[in-house]
Design a protein around this ligand. Structure first.
Ligand SMILES: *Cc1c(COP(=O)(O)O)cnc(C)c1O
Length: 373
């Protein structure tokens, strides 16, 4: 590359580092000439998608010559009912990544800033930077805190400046798996100026134990500057479909809809999501499998003498006690794909998605072998 075009790019884009996705199984197997690998790198549902979602998708496959319903009428109605709001509160996205970007585009300019925590989800700095807005990174809790590496809401509050337009909060957070105290969250929402949009990213909400789940729907009614984001990529097992959404007061939803591409939620994804919402059997099995898998992985790490960050997501981030990159590479050669998190400033940790029982056993055995424990 000649470097001719970089100076032409928007200032924010010049500095942008692309998101690093998990390595696909096909890519690893092509590179190493191996087979039978497993991927525990992108927090995907090991049960697969809901069979109802697959059937619903198959039923409309022969109508994809038509554009999708740009207003996603049926899905918006169903989500509105789920969140006890009117459909005008719902904004659909091509994954919740898309929604996060819509929020940034609607509210940030080069003069504004967004606040998020150290170790927070990588998409927050990306969408902020792409616009050329300022990222303000609040200190997270120390490793020795009861919630190691977790969001410190006091630090986040103190980081707010006059020009701050957005605060991104992930609960639970990826890649740490850490969560927020419910009363600390509502105290925080009470304090934050109402002209700052608070984005509460609940990509892993369904996995949270009931007693740790905030009453997000009630918070929406209480705080008009709150935007919830949710996804069908994790517990619902539809990551490849790309469908997520925001719930917010209609004035914010209207602004998000102004920057939204007209058909960002595709026809197949709308049907799949609608069917997945009502597949209570798949939902329960997914939640149960994750709970037992979290147990299995954490007790496995305990036996190996490895420290991990407490998690209530569908992944767990473990300290391998050395530079994690060579460990990641060695695991690849064992046919096990996990996620290095050095880009999150956690160079000695690996994030491991909770798989099914066999997959969890396999990653534990592979870790034992490559770390010679
Ligand atoms: C996975 C994830 C998302 C959702 O991504 P999609 O675009 O919906 O697939 C959002 N936030 C966090 C914190 C995540 O980990």
């Amino acid at each position: 590359m000649s470097g001719k075009f970089i100076s032409l790019a928007a200032p924010g884009v010049q500095q942008l580092k692309p998101y690093l996705p998990g390595k696909p199984v096909e890519e690893l197997e092509r590179e190493l000439g191996i087979s039978g690998s497993i991927k525990l790198a992108s927090n995907e549902n090991p049960l697969g998608p809901s069979s109802k979602a697959v059937a619903a998708t198959a039923k409309v496959l022969n109508t994809v010559n038509y554009y999708p319903d740009g207003s996603a009428y049926k899905l918006s109605e169903a989500l509105a009912e789920k969140h006890k709001v009117e459909p005008s509160w719902v904004t659909l996205g091509n994954g919740s990544n898309d929604v996060l970007e819509l929020i940034a585009r609607a509210f940030l300019t080069a003069e504004h800033s967004a606040v998020f925590s150290e170790y927070a989800f990588a998409v927050y700095p990306i969408v902020t930077q792409a616009i050329g807005a300022k990222s303000i990174v609040a200190k997270a809790y120390e490793e020795t805190h009861a919630m190691p590496y977790g969001h410190d809401l006091d630090a986040m509050f103190n980081a707010i400046e006059d020009k701050t337009r957005i605060i991104f909060i992930a609960n639970p957070n990826n890649p740490t798996g850490t969560w927020l105290d419910i009363s600390a969250l509502s105290e925080f929402l009470n304090k934050v100026p109402t002209d700052v949009i608070v984005v509460l990213d609940e990509a892993y909400y369904e996995y949270m134990p009931d007693d740790l789940k905030p009453e997000s729907n009630a918070l929406l009614k209480q705080f008009s500057n709150l935007v919830l984001t949710r996804t069908f990529s994790k517990m619902y097992g539809l990551a490849g479909m790309r469908i997520g959404y925001a719930v917010s007061n209609p004035e914010i939803a209207d602004l998000l809809n102004r920057v939204r591409q007209p058909f960002n939620a595709n026809l197949l994804a709308q049907e799949a999501a609608l069917a997945a919402l009502s597949d209570t059997n798949h939902i329960q099995r997914s939640i149960d499998l994750n709970a037992s898998g979290l147990e299995q992985l954490s007790s496995g790490f305990n036996k190996l003498g490895l420290k991990y960050i407490p998690s209530i997501g569908n992944f767990i981030t473990v300290n391998v006690n050395c530079d994690a990159l060579p460990v990641y590479d060695a695991l690849l050669r064992e046919g096990v794909i996990v996620r290095p998190v050095a880009n999150y400033n956690l160079p000695r940790h690996l994030r491991i998605t909770v798989g099914n029982k066999e997959q969890n056993e396999r990653v534990l055995n592979a870790l034992k072998k490559v770390l010679a424990l």
